[in-house]
Design a binder for this molecule. Structure first.
Ligand SMILES: [Mg+2]
Length: 102
């Protein structure tokens, strides 16, 4: 989580004009679309393999990272880090209670 917060800090400094809510949400959707494109590549949908060759785990991971960072920018922008982490902890606690995880 700390690494993600650090990346958000860096992006906010690198692109100070791109931190309005509409821009962040648009970027999130764009990055989700790019994740979908990589998944399509892995699942052999359409002609992606013919056009681009074998799918790349690195490319998929990079697009997932970009989508996660776009989400984390929203977390930081609205200062809901504490609530976000509590929400994760609550989910993990419920999963433990249900013996779904250790
Ligand atoms: Mg991308």
């Amino acid at each position: 989580m700390d690494k993600l917060y650090k990346m958000v800090q860096g992006y906010f400094k690198r692109f100070p004009d791109g931190v309005e809510p509409f821009q962040m949400v648009t970027r999130l959707l764009e990055e989700c679309g790019e994740v979908a494109s990589e998944v399509n590549h892995f699942e052999d949908a359409g002609i992606k393999r013919l056009k681009y060759g074998e799918p790349s785990k690195e490319a998929l991971a990079s697009e997932i990272k970009q989508a996660v960072v776009a989400l984390m920018q929203i977390v930081v922008y609205y200062s809901v880090q504490e609530e976000f982490e509590k929400s994760i902890d609550d989910s993990l606690r419920r999963m433990k209670d249900e013996n779904l995880i250790d």
